[in-house]
Design a protein around this ligand. Structure first.
Ligand code: GLY
Ligand code: MN
Ligand code: MN
Length: 358
């Protein structure tokens, strides 16, 4: 598993930043992707000839089970351990992950390495590889998405008007764990009434009224992979005005899904949703981007936003989640997880998008 992923990383050792003797990976999801190791304290030193995992004694047994790669166990800052290896092997240019390395590790490296060894910041080397999901990753995301939808269905069974937002959120998290999830992928959002106008609302202790908007945004991690789904429901019978806006958001979501195929930019997908919502008069109320990549992290490249210039490829997994938000009224967002296929995309989320009236 990790061999082919490490091989794919090799061009980064001679990429835009020039020739590197090694690349030091410090982002936990990147380490997991390349080595299989899931511990919280590790570095992965990648050279053209292979890779070595550095971790501390708490993880000796776990590392031996999770990775085929050689493991060096050390006490104290792992940056110092990496610097020892770099000195011994007389590295002159050591790449580090610009958006992942901690200041502490940077400092430990800088203090221990000779001045002749340059630290070279590298951007998104592993994240760029991770955008194209391998078949085994798509299978795991599919499982996570299905677990998430199962939890949604089961949690709704215990919905009662007057239930607190926080109670429904707890029920969702509980059902997700029971259905196979390891953890929520983010803090579950249950927002009712006017609070649904906050795109990232936190569940409150407010009671959900008998007749009101109910926005639920939930995701889980299963076998390390994320899922992400939003459904906006209506407690009680939905008024006509709500139904119309719901239809407008759904049309925008379907237009964006329709735009997803290999060769289009993230920006083109975003514009498909934006154009539809502008046409229905809600352009100003769509205050965020259309979606994001997901995988070992809940938010990862590419961002599906107006300026997104990343070209979609077969195997990308992204969310499509347009929404509109009106102060004093509420918000409506509809979100699915989709995988880019050779001919377009497949919507992985099995939950209906027909309006649910509870
Ligand atoms: N709940 C975060 C998101 O949908 O991106
Ligand atoms: Mn979401
Ligand atoms: Mn999302």
């Amino acid at each position: 598993m990790s061999d082919s992923r490490l091989r794919a990383l090799k061009p980064s050792l001679g990429g835009a930043e020039g020739r590197l003797d090694a690349l030091l990976i410090s982002g936990p999801p990147n380490i997991r992707y390349l080595s299989g190791f899931t511990g919280s304290n590790a570095l992965l030193l990648v050279t053209a000839g292979g890779a070595t995992l550095l971790t501390d004694p708490r993880y000796t047994l776990q590392a031996a089970r999770q990775t085929q790669l050689p493991v060096r166990v050390g006490k104290g800052p792992l940056g110092a351990l990496a610097a020892d290896i770099a000195k011994r092997r007389k590295f002159k240019r050591l790449g580090v992950e610009r958006n992942r390395i901690s200041f502490e590790t940077w400092e430990a490296l800088r203090n221990a390495l000779p001045a002749a060894c340059e630290l070279v910041p590298v951007t998104n080397a592993v994240e760029n590889l991770r955008m194209v999901k391998l078949p085994e990753e798509i299978a795991l995301i599919r499982d996570s998405v299905e677990t998430n939808s199962r939890a949604f269905r089961r949690a709704l069974k215990s919905f009662r008007p007057g239930m607190r937002e926080s109670e429904l959120a707890a029920e969702i998290d509980y059902q997700a764990r029971r259905a196979g999830a390891e953890a929520p992928a983010f803090e579950t959002i249950v927002a009712s009434g006017e609070r649904s106008a906050f795109p990232h609302a936190r569940p409150t202790s407010e009671k959900i009224a008998g007749k009101t908007i109910l926005l639920i945004d939930m995701g889980c991690f299963q076998a390390g992979y994320a899922s992400d789904m939003t459904r906006t429901l209506h407690a009680g019978k939905a008024p006509k005005a709500f139904k119309q806006v719901y239809r407008d958001v759904l049309d925008a979501q379907l237009a964006a899904i329709d735009a997803v195929r290999p060769g289009v930019t993230a920006g083109e997908v975003d514009r498909a949703a934006r154009k539809a919502l502008t046409k229905s008069g809600h352009g100003q109320a769509f205050v965020h981007s259309t979606g994001h990549g997901l995988g070992l992290e809940i938010h990862e490249p590419p961002r599906i936003g107006e300026k997104g210039d990343i070209v979609l490829e077969t195997g990308f997994v992204i969310t499509i989640e347009p929404g509109v938000y009106f102060e004093g009224w509420g918000g409506i967002r509809i979100e699915d997880t989709v995988v880019v296929t050779e001919s377009g995309c497949e919507v992985l989320t099995p939950t209906t998008k027909e309006l649910i009236e509870l």
